[in-house]
Write a protein that binds this ligand. Structure first.
Ligand SMILES: Cc1cc2nc3c(=O)[nH]c(=O)nc-3n(C[C@H](O)[C@H](O)[C@H](O)COP(=O)(O)O)c2cc1C
Length: 196
């Protein structure tokens, strides 16, 4: 079964992007994937600092996240937009998880959480553009790390009005595009894993 890791680039308790990620995880399950939602707030990691890495290697929580990424075939990411780009939290997480394990061997183990994975990108914002300006940046970063980022993406504008009380997407058109993205990610990762 295709394993999809789903997360948001926000730690905020009432994050709109966490809601979007949870909805996408449910859609991935309906598409036949095993989908796990992970809350980055449960894995606090210091800001990347070369001296810290040199002194103590990859932080424990980054290692845990790294193991989670490696155990999955695909990613569904809901990214907030901060000043027209991804959040510092999301970039910091990617940066730590792109590092070798700190044994000094330079064996490109930093690519292990990324290479060969498929990703679907989403964004949610209270603004009118739905956070869409963050996604090309995220797409570029992930592509550089060897992730196949699907062309289709979902941006949810006025996201503070987009969710029903039970967390489901209130607008059927948006819900349909999230379902389509989750299905595409599940199918593409399945094909990469088992081409026959
Ligand atoms: C520093 C900062 C910059 C922001 N820049 C943008 C922006 O460029 N575009 C946008 O649509 N929203 C912007 N916002 C609003 C966020 O998209 C909004 O707070 C969103 O709800 C955050 O995501 P979350 O709900 O998942 O935590 C910004 C918020 C902050 C704190």
């Amino acid at each position: 079964m295709t394993r999809v890791l789903v997360f948001a680039g926000s730690a905020r308790r009432d994050s709109l992007n966490k809601k979007l990620a949870r909805a996408a995880a449910q859609s991935a399950r309906e598409a036949g994937a095993e989908a796990s939602f992970v809350d980055l707030d449960d894995y606090p990691i210091p800001l990347y600092h070369g001296d810290l890495e040199a002194a103590s290697g990859m932080p424990e929580n980054a290692r845990k996240l790294r193991d989670l990424f490696i155990a999955h075939d695909a990613l569904l990411i809901a990214s907030p937009e901060n000043n027209a780009s991804m959040t510092a939290l999301l970039k910091n997480t990617i940066d730590w998880l792109s590092r070798d394990l700190g044994d000094g061997k330079g064996d490109a183990s930093g690519l292990a959480p990324w290479r060969g994975k498929v990703a679907g990108l989403m964004a949610a914002s209270p603004g009118g553009f739905g956070g869409v300006r963050a996604l090309p940046h995220l797409r570029q970063v992930l592509s550089t790390l060897g992730v196949t980022v699907l062309g289709a993406q979902v941006a949810v504008p006025r996201a503070h009005e987009a969710f029903a009380a039970d967390g489901s997407l209130a607008d059927e058109r948006v819900a349909r595009s999230v379902r389509a993205l989750a299905e595409s990610v599940t199918q593409a990762a399945g094909r990469l894993k088992d081409p026959d």
